[in-house]
Ligand binder design. Structure first.
Ligand SMILES: *Cc1c(COP(=O)(O)O)cnc(C)c1O
Length: 394
């Protein structure tokens, strides 16, 4: 079995599993309790906060633990919107290919009277900084642009985008769920005010993540109750999950350069090998993308059948985000970069992990070629294309 769906979730690392077990077994006290057992859990929690903060160049007090990336996205955006509302600023800028945790939160704000501008994503899967600069208005309270896209893997010029926001005095949030632990992220150098991350995308457990909020940015709480997380998120903390997240992130960060070098080499070979299939196209810039992401469109086939047949061959991949597979709508990300419906339907995302071998990469290439050829063999669209009744797009 070859697992090539790391953008959907990753396997927990052995060290993260061990931390989770140890914490659950030995340090199961409530961090809010004053006796020694509780205070030991509190120490673990604060050590995790320090570890996570160090990796992204933040101060520990700027890290708020959440249930994952979706919650962090919601809290970041709703907090900035609340601050904006107070000062009469109700314009928000984002992009058309954000994760639904961002897009759906913006939809909700739009219904409440906010004006939302979604920047165009160019064919290369990148946002143009000058277009962001031109879109910022006097009443803009927030810019939210993802660090790296979860479907096509493109990595935005975050530092430049952040600098533009900083210069204009607008809060800058980035959904960095796909980036943290995989590419260098530094909130200070990158001019980031708010950042979302999720443990299960960097070999930590599911159901835990964090929100970085620069000192001075006032957060709204989504969950009312106790005084945990400086009063910004009530509920007894998920200490084993948080400790395991810190272990996973520290580990991912310390091996980042070496992992990226290996993944980039494997990615290049996949792009080269799969790119030889006629009437196929890579989605997103070939270089400015996550080390482990490969995303192709193939003309004349359905992504769903492609995935099922690859699964039969022991290869687990995706046609887009886990949240949209199962629905027949083409990916909003592929439409955002200008792929037409027909072509967007025939997409394949391979998000490979650090332990992938050269032999596995060759097996993926061979299998994708076989399956695409097989499916085209009885595709009516392909027949029309070959007969010249329809024009090839790719
Ligand atoms: C996975 C993902 C999320 C959601 O994170 P969860 O922890 O699963 O809630 C948000 N944004 C991006 C870009 C993601 O890839």
């Amino acid at each position: 079995m070859i697992y090539a769906d790391n953008a959907a979730t990753t396997k927990m690392s052995a060290a993260a599993i061990q931390t989770m077990i140890d914490t659950a077994q030995n340090d199961w006290g409530n961090p809010s309790s004053l006796y020694v057992h509780g205070q030991r859990a509190k120490e673990i929690l604060e050590q995790a906060r320090e570890d996570v903060a160090r990796v992204i160049g933040a101060a520990p007090r700027e890290i708020l633990f959440t249930s994952g990336g979706s919650e962090a996205d919601n809290q970041a955006i709703l907090s900035a919107a609340a601050l904006g509302r107070k000062t009469g600023k109700t314009h928000i800028i984002s992009s058309a290919f954000e994760h639904h945790a961002v897009l759906h939160t913006l939809k909700k704000l739009e219904k409440e009277g906010f004006d939302i501008t979604l920047l165009d994503v160019h064919e290369d899967g990148l946002i143009r900084p000058e277009e962001l600069a031109a879109a910022i208005r006097d009443d803009t309270c927030l810019v939210s642009i993802m660090f790296a896209n979860n479907e096509i893997g493109t990595v935005q010029p975050i530092r430049e985008l952040g600098a533009i926001c900083r210069a204009k005095g607008v809060l800058f949030h980035t959904d960095a769920v796909q980036a943290v632990g995989h590419v260098p992220v530094n909130v200070a150098a990158d001019n980031i005010d708010l950042l979302s991350a999720s443990a299960h995308k960097f070999h930590g457990p599911k159901g835990v993540g964090f929100l970085y909020a620069r000192r001075g940015v006032v957060l709204q709480n989504l969950i009312e109750g106790g005084a945990q997380e400086r009063g910004k998120r009530a509920g007894t903390e998920n200490v084993p999950g948080i400790a395991a997240m810190a272990t996973a992130l520290t580990e991912a960060h310390s091996h980042m350069a070496q992992n990226a070098a290996h993944l980039t080499a494997m990615r290049s070979r996949l792009i080269e090998g799969i790119g030889q299939i006629p009437h196929s196209a890579l989605n997103g810039d070939a270089v400015r993308r996550l080390p482990g992401n490969v995303n192709f469109c193939f003309e004349g086939i359905e992504g769903e059948s492609l995935l099922l047949l690859l699964d039969d061959k022991g290869i687990q991949a995706s046609s887009g985000s886990a949240c949209t597979s199962g629905s027949l709508d083409p990916s909003h990300v592929l439409l955002a970069i200008g792929r037409v419906h027909d072509v967007a339907h025939g997409s394949l995302r391979l998000s490979i992990g650090e332990d992938i071998t050269e032999a596995e990469v060759e097996e993926i290439i061979r299998s994708v070629r076989e399956v695409v050829e097989y499916l085209r063999g009885f595709s009516p669209i392909w027949r029309d294309l070959m007969a010249g009744k329809k024009q090839f797009i790719l």
